[in-house]
Design a protein around this ligand. Structure first.
Ligand SMILES: O=C(O)[C@H](O)[C@@H](O)[C@H](O)[C@H](O)COP(=O)(O)O
Length: 230
């Protein structure tokens, strides 16, 4: 099930989104002593990360991890880990705990066994922020990959290695069931192209063609779409 929240500008979107996330994380810390936040890479969340990093919170009780990463050393420009460390884990958020999806092996497929226990050991997440590509991928659950059926299956491991055919780098991605195991799920979209893709995803049900549909049409999970045109 999905609920669309539309904002008049990215500034308004980011202010509202950051406040909402901080409330969720704060509540988790009060109730359970710790909070778990899953974020996405890509261009869309960068301004949100800057806002969050300047917000007061007991960040030392917050664990941050990525929904997916490219199989790159964290010093590489296209590493999502590098992006999160440079934008979110700064300022007031510099003492948050970060869990990497990377291991120093040549292939994501051989590294998966090392990464898996880090993620499968985690409790229910408090918030997951998803992005969406124009092909309807989310995290690194790419429609063009041979791993898509496994990643969307009920019995999928918490993380899996993925080799997209239409995007660079091998990836490590959280699976659909691991991402759904969250108290709150958001989809963060900026730009009218993304709204067109969202409408296409809502119009039909084939999840292998557009993996984001597995979230948007999920019978139980609530997905809040945080959207602005610009
Ligand atoms: O590593 C990544 O690229 C992501 O996690 C991916 O799922 C991303 O969220 C979408 O591709 C949207 O990316 P943009 O925000 O750059 O459009």
């Amino acid at each position: 099930m999905m609920q669309l929240q539309q904002f008049s500008s990215t500034d308004n979107l980011n202010a509202d989104f950051a406040a909402r996330l901080v409330d969720i994380l704060q509540q988790a810390i009060e109730q359970r002593g710790a909070a778990y936040l899953v974020v996405s890479g890509g261009k869309t969340p960068q301004a949100l990360f800057n806002t969050l990093s300047n917000t007061d919170l007991a960040w030392d009780k917050v664990t941050v991890l990525l929904a997916d990463d490219r199989w790159l050393d964290a010093n590489q420009p296209d590493s999502n880990e590098r992006l999160v460390k440079a934008t979110l884990l700064q300022n007031k958020a510099s003492n948050a705990r970060f869990i990497s999806l990377y291991a120093d092996t040549a292939s994501a497929f051989t590294g998966a066994a090392e990464v898996l226990p880090r993620i499968s050991a985690l409790p229910t997440f408090d918030a997951v922020i998803l992005g969406m590509g124009e092909d309807g991928h989310t995290a690194s659950l790419f429609p063009c990959s041979a791993q898509i059926e496994e990643g969307l299956s009920d019995g999928a491991p918490a993380v899996l290695a993925v080799e997209p055919q239409t995007a660079p780098y091998q990836r490590m991605s959280l699976s659909l069931p691991r991402l759904l195991d969250s108290r709150h799920i958001f989809l963060h979209l900026v730009g009218s192209n993304k709204l067109t893709v969202l409408n296409k995803a809502m119009a039909e049900h084939d999840v292998l063609a557009m993996p984001i549909r597995a979230f948007l049409h999920h019978p139980v999970a609530q997905v809040t779409v945080m959207y602005s045109d610009n």
